[in-house]
Ligand binder design. Structure first.
Ligand code: MG
Length: 368
């Protein structure tokens, strides 16, 4: 039951097309894959994908924190005490959520594989039968976004999420064009990625009532929960918090300040599954439904999110779309680009192609 060796791979995951949101454009994805091996020969995989605008981590800083600070804490320790890992990790280094998430996911995968159960069984068992995955559309010209939304409906997506955060005029135009292009029964969701002011958000929400947007995600800056709270209280539209809400303490702040109607939980903000599950539970107690979001992650972290999403009744949506955007993944995602269907295979339920991991790697650290 002891951890023998940890390997840290820095991989570049090529995207099918550049991904453009309000605050950045991504040509490819810098990911860190972590492989933990036990003395009995079991292996678990985890992943970190940083967003420096959100957590202040970079690819290299996360690598250093995993390889030099956190992984050495685990060597020779038992892998079945994930809570104890987090306690020690928190004492060792503050924040650094994606570095902690990579090891948290690998420990969960390893424990579930050792127990020969799918990961969701460790997280409470199956609540949802399967997960419908939205189509996420970059912030582009309104006509192009409408075309992609039409295609997404034709492919069988039951929801479309559009990235906004531009001028009011352009964003209202985008919502209108996209909704007009969509089949009526398909859900439309908006993510402004902090791109609006509170007044601008209220103006756009008012002007687009007839286009039936399910919810507006992070309309205003990460810096001010007051501004988010102001928008939430001033409108009947559903407001979802994302970037400012990282861990359990932030979740409690949302509840205390009535800052949002929903919260987007991401393993790369919470430090992994351990805290994410508690956040979903706090949301449940406070009447705040949650989404499991993601950075653009490979099938490894995406599936960790999927196992939590399928196990928890208060997780009502997801944006687990990374593998659909990546052209060379390190494993085969179960399901299609419209849904994720988890098998009963142990752990994350996938076979990692180690040859491919090495081929995509630009650095490799071994800790034993
Ligand atoms: Mg978001």
């Amino acid at each position: 039951m002891q951890i023998k060796q940890i390997t840290v791979y820095g991989v570049r995951l090529p995207l099918k097309q550049p991904f453009k949101i309000a605050y950045d454009t991504y040509e490819d994805i810098e990911s860190i894959l972590v492989r933990i091996e036990s003395t009995s020969g079991d292996v678990g995989w985890g992943e970190a994908v940083v967003d420096q605008h959100v957590s202040g981590e970079t690819w290299q800083s996360a690598r250093q924190i995993i390889a030099r600070e956190l992984a050495p804490l685990l060597i020779g320790r038992s892998f079945d005490s994930i809570g104890a890992f987090h306690k020690t990790a928190e004492t060792r280094i503050r924040h650094s959520p994606s570095a902690k998430a990579a090891l948290d996911i690998a420990l969960h995968d390893l424990l579930a594989r050792h127990c020969k159960v799918p990961l969701y069984a460790l997280l409470g068992g199956r609540y949802h039968a399967r997960l419908e995955v939205p189509s996420v559309i970059s912030m582009l010209e309104p006509e192009e976004m409408a075309r992609q939304a039409r295609d997404a409906c034709a492919r069988g997506h039951t929801s479309v999420k559009i990235k906004l955060g531009d001028t009011s005029e352009m964003d209202i135009e985008r919502i209108a064009r996209v909704r007009e292009a969509m089949m009526p029964g398909v859900a439309l969701r908006v993510d402004a990625n902090q791109g609006w002011s509170a007044k601008q958000a209220l103006h756009i929400i008012r002007q687009t009532v007839s286009y039936r947007v399910d919810w507006f995600e992070q309309p205003v800056s990460i810096e001010s929960l007051d501004a988010l709270s102001q928008v939430t209280r001033a409108t009947e539209a559903v407001i979802m918090a994302d970037e400012p809400i990282h861990g359990v303490r932030d979740m409690l702040e949302v509840v205390r300040r009535q800052a949002a109607d929903m919260v987007n939980i991401k393993l790369m903000k919470s430090g992994g599954l351990h805290a994410a599950r508690i956040m979903a539970e706090v949301g449940c107690a406070a009447g705040i439904p949650c989404q499991i979001g993601s950075m653009v992650e490979s099938s490894v972290a995406t599936l960790a999110g999927a196992h939590l999403a399928i196990a928890h009744g208060n997780i009502v949506a997801n944006d687990l779309v990374g593998p659909a955007m990546i052209s060379h993944d390190v494993a085969d995602m179960p399901g299609s680009d419209t849904h994720i269907e988890l098998s009963d295979a142990p752990g994350l339920g996938i076979w990692i192609d180690e040859e491919r991991v090495r081929a995509l790697s630009t650095f490799e650290d071994r800790i034993d």
